[in-house]
Design a protein around this ligand. Structure first.
Ligand code: NAD
Ligand code: DAU
Length: 344
């Protein structure tokens, strides 16, 4: 893929990782442009990209990736070189209580974007997927790109289905598409429903933190900025039709994470409360990222303890951001603003 003067269409760029990716690529490449398409669900927040206001290289459309007419129009008008799809419903617990939206956005929305890419003759499509498609590991071993697909939650099943659609669009239509599968991300701007920001914000209010089951489930943590750098490498140098695992190499039990957060916020261990387990709770994720390291030279740069310390500090220093997203005030503001513009 050419590197000079690239124009990207990023779907879901107002969320946690999509906004990290946009900030990264526009920071690293002075001649790149980004068109961000985001529905602005509860998880999408343009404040995550406030630093780009007035930057002529950045544009935004509030749009739903399931809206085929709109996607085709935007692709035809903007003529991007590549599409990177972050847009998704992403929280496992929400997928357990209401799966339908996950199937709509994550499966149908991906199909709509793939079609828009195909019809628009887009040179590269990157689907941001997850290690959850592989299911759960025992105490040993790691997920490779060849591991069987065994999703256990409605969220994971919807992401797996999307990955299979990408494969079909490659094989059948010759679309130049690539899938990335990353482990658990952490960092600034993550919606405070996910483990790390949820617990930081609860502890900030001196509330107990709910650890599911026995707390011995293991996740492999990576800073969102390392994930963004890896996606950039895949976009530019990845091989069409391939899958690339991305991981942080930082396996921690949930109890370990909780104790690190309790200590960082100066709280006693007694604030950790064990609660009933998440149904279908995957026991362990661990990523073998040999392929992306060897083929594309991707290595995570942020040491976990340092990244976690900085993340805690960010949440403490940005209380208005997380209080705003908890109350949904930022969405009311955008709804009002858009209706004044005569847009939906
Ligand atoms: P997020 O929930 O923070 O953001 C999702 C974004 O998608 C939001 O801005 C939301 O408004 C937008 N969106 C949702 N439905 C949409 C629709 N129908 N049309 C347009 N936009 C829509 O999610 P995230 O944590 O940043 O995850 C981004 C991607 O990375 C997802 O595809 C997710 O599956 C994947 N991923 C996440 C992690 C993680 O740990 N968070 C790890 C691996 C992969
Ligand atoms: O592995 C990648 C995935 O990581 C992404 O695809 C998902 O979009 C992202 O949400 C994340 O999924 P998890 O389910 O692993 O993340 P979550 O932050 O919800 O939970 C992390 C672990 O912490 C998990 O074992 C469940 C546990 N947990 C979570 C919450 C919110 C608790 O024990 N208590 C909680 O309150």
């Amino acid at each position: 893929m050419k590197e000079n003067g690239l124009k990207l269409l990023v779907a879901g760029g107002a969320g946690f990782i999509g906004s990290s990716f946009i900030r990264h690529v526009l920071g690293a490449h002075g001649d790149w442009r980004v068109v961000n398409i985001d529905k602005l669900t509860y998880a999408g927040n343009l404040a995550n990209l406030a630093g780009l206001q007035g930057d002529e290289r950045y544009g935004f459309f509030r749009a739903d990736i399931c809206d085929a007419v709109r996607m085709d129009e935007i692709v035809a008008a903007e003529k991007p070189d590549a599409i990177v799809n972050f847009a998704a419903e992403t929280h496992v617990d929400r997928s357990i209580s209401d799966p339908s939206l996950f199937l709509r956005t994550n499966v149908l929305g991906t199909q709509v974007l793939l079609e828009a890419a195909r019809k628009g003759g887009i040179a590269r499509y990157v689907q941001i997927s997850t290690d959850e498609v592989y299911g759960s590991l025992g105490p040993q071993g790691k997920f490779t790109e060849e591991s069987p697909l065994r999703p256990n939650s409605p969220y994971a099943a919807s992401k797996t289905s999307a990955d299979l659609l990408v494969r079909a669009w490659c094989k059948t239509y010759g679309l130049s598409a690539i899938v990335t599968r990353c482990s658990n991300n952490y960092g600034p701007f993550q919606f405070p429903e996910k483990l790390i920001p949820f617990f930081i914000t609860l502890l900030r209010e001196n509330k107990p933190v709910p650890v599911y089951g026995d707390g011995m489930n293991v996740r492999d943590w990576i800073h969102a900025d390392d994930h963004s750098r890896a996606i950039e490498a895949v976009l530019l140098r990845g091989r069409p039709g391939e899958i690339y695992n991305i991981g942080g190499g930082n396996e921690r039990t949930n109890i370990e994470i909780t104790k690190l957060l309790l200590s960082a916020l100066g709280k006693p261990d007694s604030q950790m409360k064990f609660v009933p387990d998440r149904p279908g709770h995957d026991r362990r994720y661990a990523i073998d990222d040999t392929k992306v390291r060897k083929e594309l030279g991707v290595i995570p740069l942020v040491p976990f303890e340092e990244g976690l310390r900085d993340t805690v500090r960010w949440y403490l220093e940005n209380e208005p951001w997380w209080r705003g997203v908890q109350s949904g005030e930022y969405l009311k503001f955008y709804d009002q603003w858009y209706s004044q513009q005569g847009r939906t």
